[in-house]
Design a protein around this ligand. Sequence first.
Ligand code: SF4
Length: 363
Amino acid sequence: MQFMTKSDYEFSRYLNTAGKKELSGIIRYFCAETPQEELSELAACANRLREKHYGRRVYFRGLIEFSSHCRKDCYYCGIRKSNFNARRYRLSEEEILSCCQNGYNLGFRTFVLQSGEDSYFTDERLCSLVAEIKQRFADCAVTLSVGERRSDSYKRLYDAGADRYLLRHETADVAHYDKLHPPMMSLENRKQCLYSLKEIGYQVGAGFMMESPFQTFDTLAEDLIFLRDLKPHMIGIGPFIPHMYTRFAGLDTPSSGRTVVMLSLIRIMLPKVLLPSTTALGTIDPQGREKGLKAGANVVMPNLSPVAYRSDYSLYDNKICTGEEAAECLHCLTNRIESAGFEPDFSRGDHVDLQKGGDLICG
Ligand code: SF4
């Protein structure tokens, strides 16, 4: 195929200028038709671009899942509001700070605070929490992943000290979005939240599920077009894994292949982006996280949440690393990453343009 005769730069430029039809064809080709040697060359191209900007470093983020309450009802999610089988928990501020202290002692310099959309966490409560973390751990970055809020709420949280915000768009195709979400949710609002976050000054993370129900090569092309327009600093993509208490229970869990291909295409399209190799990828494939890193990813997010609550933050079934203490989990993951030829890095791990003190130019 002609892509593999292009230079890395030419291939990147092509992905940044191709129309939806061409992108859909490229995705189809690499996901469904490519011989193994071309997949290896695709991953090699992604790796060269990752190495150019980030070397062999893999950034560690400490994930704290602090509340499993959610007012939303996304059809695919195990902790959605109408799953009455879900066990709900909410960590106290002291418990969250204790997770941070534990993570800090283990070397983490980024904390990712993630929850469902929990109305208990008003702006006042979240701002107070963020400010306290920043005061106690001044050399750390705080990433929030707490869903859709008003723009003025995002601004207050930013002013309180939050550095980054993760909000996956899940799919950039409106008809597809509407098949995965109830009518009161809209793709338009989701996208607007992401643009607001970026305008306020956050390092922003978007992303989508791979192989979700009703996904096509065309909807994936829409995802790439949205991402290259938004130019987020981080992109999280993970395989769709069905949860037993959702309408999608019983659907097949995908293999890791297509997620790995999309990680490479995203790295090539946006070479400087921070790209996690997700826990979901490690859940569907024992070597999944290593495969993700070898395909161009450069971030992992070990869990710092208290073990007693981990299995209750159940977005999908059979999630890994729910039983080990943070230190055990970390030891195992660090060894695996080194064995795969990468360098674990516990620094803040900002987007490369910010590491150099540059402006917020990303891509
Ligand atoms: S995906 Fe997020 S917003 Fe949707 S139900 Fe689950 S936790 Fe709530």
